[in-house]
Structure formats: C-alpha cells, structure tokens
Design a protein around this ligand. Structure first.
Ligand SMILES: [Zn+2]
Length: 205
C-alpha cells in the first residue's frame, strides 16, 4: 500500500491475529481507514482500556480487572464457593465450557501444555493449582485438557503432582475426538465428556 510505514506496520500486526493472513489484514486495514470515527476511534480507546485495566490472574490464570488481587484462599473473581476446579489449557477453553453451561465451579487456566512449542512446565500455572487445592476445600479436580499427546501428558503430570492430596482427580470422558481441542467441541460432545468423566489413575498405578 504505497509503502506508508504506519499502514504497513498495522497490516503486519493485524496479520498476526488468529485466522488472518496478509490479504485479510489488508482488507481490515482498508475498512479501518474508511471508518475513522466509527471504528478506529472507539477501537483505539477499547484497546487502550484493555491493555491498562485487564490482566491475567497469576494464580488461576483467568482474565480479571487489574485492580483485583487474587490470593490462594480466595479467587476474588468468583464470588461463589465451589468444591470443584476445572483445569483447562487456555482461556478459550474456559469460554467454551462456560457458554455450554454444563459446569459450575472454579476454573484454572494453565496457559498451555507441557512440551507444546517448547513450553516448559515451569511456565504453566501448575504450582498455583497445587496451592489452590491445598488452601481451598476442593473435592474434585477435573482435567479438561485436550485429547492431544501434550494435553494428556499434562493431565498425567498434574495427576501425579496431586497424588498426596485428598482430592478426586477426574478426566473428561474418552468421547473426545483424538487431537480434539476443547474450544472446538460442540456442546453435545462437551456435555457427554463432562457427564461421563472418570477417575484418572496415575501412570504408575
Ligand atoms: Zn484468580
């Protein structure tokens, strides 16, 4: 686009978004340029607000207003008390499960899986999950990681880390398609995977 640096930079940034390549990024930028007042102005404001005011909780991994500080005894985002924690890989998984309304309880977002894209377990919120289980009255930890090798490796690692706690560890039912990522499942599949979840035995059992 005539080598205007600002526009080129914007196209590059937008093409980094999921599902968008350079072509669709250009289309979006054109749309933006043609709608300065209606889209660019409020969008700039909304992005700045999100950047300033929203962050990921360092304990449970979910999104929260930055002024709320969670601690292990009390996740301030969730007002109600629950006895279950559902462990997922990403925020999008939490959103899918929430919108299907098959589950009532806390969420814990790991931020990925062990070994995906060189991700180490130290980068994932596993220690804080163990702390949550220790500090709260948790009866069940539901591992809702995806049916990929990484997802399953992560599930077994967590199961193992919780072996000294008096907590039931379950895993979503096998009905999940192999390689199935939670966020891509339809409500029906998700419902039966939750309903038929089973106790997870350690690798060593
Ligand atoms: Zn939290």
């Amino acid at each position: 686009m005539n080598n205007i640096t600002e526009i080129d930079d914007l196209i590059k940034l937008i093409s980094k978004l999921p599902g968008l390549g350079p072509k669709s990024a250009k289309r979006i930028v054109l749309k933006l340029i043609n709608n300065r007042e209606e889209i660019v102005k409020p969008l700039t404001k909304a992005l700045a607000e999100v950047y300033k005011n929203i962050s990921r909780c360092k304990i449970c991994g979910t999104l929260k207003p930055s002024y709320i500080e969670c601690n292990f005894d009390n996740c301030k985002i969730v007002e109600k008390k629950y006895d279950k924690i559902c462990v997922v890989e990403n925020l999008s998984d939490q959103w899918s499960i929430e919108s299907s309304s098959i589950y009532n309880g806390y969420f814990h977002i790991l931020g990925g899986t062990i070994s995906s894209h060189g991700q180490k377990k130290e980068d994932l919120l596993i220690n804080s999950l163990i702390e949550r289980v220790r500090k709260k009255k948790i009866e069940e930890v539901i591992l809702a990681t995806s049916a990929t090798v990484e997802g399953q490796t992560t599930a077994y690692y967590i199961k193992d880390s919780l072996k000294n706690f008096d907590v039931k560890v379950t895993k979503l039912a096998q009905g999940l398609p192999v390689g199935g990522e939670i966020e891509n499942l339809d409500d029906g599949t998700l419902f039966s995977a939750f309903k038929n979840r089973s106790k997870l035995n350690s690798n060593s059992d």
